[in-house]
Design a protein around this ligand. Sequence first.
Ligand code: FDA
Length: 393
Amino acid sequence: MAQPDVTTLILGAGAAGMMCAAHAGAGVIVIDHARAPGEKIRISGGGRCNFTNLHAAPENFLSENPHFCKSALARYTQWDFLDLVARHRIPWHEKTLGQLFCDRSAKDIIAMLRAEMAAAELWLETSVDEIGHDGTRFRARLTREGRPVTVTARHLVLATGGKSIPKMGATGLAYDIARQFGHGLTETRPALVPLTFDEAQKAVFAGLAGTAVDTRIACNGTAFDEAMLFTHRGLSGPAVLQVSSYWREGDALHVRLRPDLDLYAQLRARRTEAGAKAVTTALAEILPKKLAQHLAAAWGLQGTLADQSDAALRALADRLADWTLTPTSSEGYRTAEVTLGGVATDRVSSRTMESALVPGLFVIGEALDVTGWLGGYNFQWAWSSAVAAGRAI
Ligand code: FDA
């Protein structure tokens, strides 16, 4: 079999790998062990791909070095990506909070990237057996559709993502190769992931499964105003996924129910208007009925509104504003949207994503220790870091 010698070998045909191929010039091979490129794009955003966020800014990313993402995000922005989407005439809409989705299907984004990287060769069903470096060129021993093949390349781009959803082919390959070349890793954890609870709490939540409520959830100094969803396994919904990136074992979540309302004022107003109303009934006008009934039972709320003193209503409002829940764990990589942590950024150029240890080695996308919030931020990081590397190549 031929032993191609190319300028650039990109490992991973996901969001970052394809975008990098589109910007890396001539002589590019992109390999992936999957049967199709961009599989996570295909399933993202419920099949419509939340491809960027209008408000994307460095503050929306977690990393041991919060400054690292700034340069790449500034040099290839959400507006640049939107221009690309417009050039390909892909219809899109803003759903909420600056989150942009395809009108039709995430497949539009994959087709766009395929067209943009048309000059590159794409090898699917190709696995990596060994990577070496002789001081000037990388040497990759691969298995392509069952046959061994060796590729040599001046540049090697690690774009194989993180560990989330192993069923879809996620592996720790980028971490292993980065480590082989002397790079450190920061602790990796499932992030943007539902949180789970002990059996007693789980049974309670199972009774509320399917109920969603507007919340502000705070953990370790960061809070998100979004919906919380009760499930048979614990808690999910955007507010919980967001805060999961900040949560560590043993930490409590501080849940403010209905942060849009002054709950004390609401309860007092209802007492004035309809004092004969049961407290539980009044609560069910503010919260989903099932949740109101659960809290009333759990907190022993009894009697009518008229029975409640100002102090009692204040205490109830305070409880609703700081419902403390302590998860025991998360659903793990099986359902996590992203991996927190990854290849440490301390030996990687923030302008080019090139290794400071091995010239010609690049790390992009989720494989790096840069993790976005929920809402299109992770794809924006994939695009921005990929373009930074592609331009440098
Ligand atoms: P990505 O995972 O996209 O690509 C890595 C590629 O490498 C894959 O094609 C994989 O097959 C390949 N690979 C891995 N190991 C390999 C190996 N050993 N050998 C060969 N190939 C290998 N983000 C967002 O901004 N908006 C959204 O709507 C969503 N929605 C969403 C839904 C779900 C269900 C998930 C799991 C994730 C999201 N995300 C998201 C996150 C987003 O998908 C993710 O951050 C990016 O895809 C990361 O892009 P990368 O290119 O870095 O990795």
